[in-house]
Design a protein around this ligand. Structure first.
Ligand SMILES: [Zn+2]
Length: 215
C-alpha cells in the first residue's frame, strides 16, 4: 500500500486503485502521515527543471569544512544542554510510567496514538494464562505479555516469526510462577512483516504461540 502512495499523491492511479488506497488511508494513520510527507515535496518537485537533471551537482569547495564546523558546534551545544534536560526527561518518563501502570495502560486500545492490538494466544503448557497485545513501532513490533503461570525461575525466550520464514529473537524473561507479570518483548521484525510469535523454554519446547496474521 505504501508503495502506491506516491502514485496516489500525483493522481497516477486508476479509479479502482485510488479507491483501494483511499479505503486503506481511512483506517491507517501511518499511511496518512506518509502521504502528507509525500505530498509536501510535490510542490517543490514541480519546480524542478527536467532539462538540467543531467548535470551532476558539484559541492562548493568549502562544504567539508562547513560540515565539520557545524558538527563541532552541535556537539558543544549538546554537551552544554546535557545534564538538566536529560534528568527532566527521565523524571517525565517515570511519571508517565506510573500513570500508565495506575490506569491499566496495558489494556488493548490506543495509547499515545499508538494502537495496541489484541493478539490471539494459545498456551501449550497447563497453568500458563496470558493475554498479549502487539504494538507496531517504526523499529519493529513490540509484544506485551500479561499474565502468569510461567514456571518460577525458569528462563523463556520469545521468537517473532516473519512472513518470509525468519525467526527473530524478541528477548528473554524469567517465569514468575503464580505472580502476575507484564513483560514487554521487542523484535526488529516490523508488524506488517510479522506472522506470529512463540515463547520457548530452555529445552526449545514451545510454551505459547501468538497469531499475528490478522491485520
Ligand atoms: Zn497503512
Amino acid at each position: 500500500m505504501r508503495e502506491s502512495l506516491g502514485d496516489f499523491a500525483i493522481g497516477r492511479l486508476d479509479a479502482e486503485e485510488a479507491a483501494t488506497v483511499q479505503a486503506h488511508l481511512d483506517g491507517c494513520a501511518d499511511c496518512r502521515a506518509e502521504l502528507a510527507e509525500v505530498s509536501s515535496v510535490l510542490g517543490p518537485l514541480s519546480t524542478v527543471d527536467a532539462a538540467r537533471l543531467g548535470d551532476a551537482p558539484v559541492p562548493s569547495p568549502d562544504l567539508g569544512d562547513r560540515i565539520v564546523a557545524a558538527a563541532r558546534a552541535e556537539g558543544r551545544a549538546a554537551e552544554r544542554g546535557r545534564s538538566t534536560p536529560r534528568r527532566l526527561t527521565l523524571a517525565a518518563a517515570a511519571a508517565v510510567a506510573l500513570l500508565v501502570g495506575g490506569a491499566g495502560g496495558y489494556a488493548a486500545g490506543a495509547y499515545d496514538g499508538i494502537p495496541r492490538e489484541p493478539v490471539a494466544v494459545q498456551a501449550m503448557e497447563p497453568g500458563v494464562e496470558v493475554s498479549a497485545v502487539a504494538i507496531p513501532h517504526t523499529w519493529g513490533v513490540e509484544i506485551v505479555l500479561d499474565g502468569d503461570g510461567f514456571a518460577s525461575g525458569a528462563t523463556y525466550r520469545m521468537v517473532v516469526e516473519s512472513k518470509d520464514g525468519r525467526e527473530v529473537g524478541a528477548g528473554e524473561f524469567i517465569g514468575t510462577g503464580e505472580s502476575k507479570m507484564v513483560c514487554n518483548m521487542n523484535s526488529s521484525v516490523l508488524r506488517g512483516d510479522a506472522e506470529g510469535f512463540k515463547v520457548v523454554d530452555t529445552s526449545g519446547a514451545t510454551v505459547l504461540r501468538g497469531d499475528l496474521t490478522a491485520t
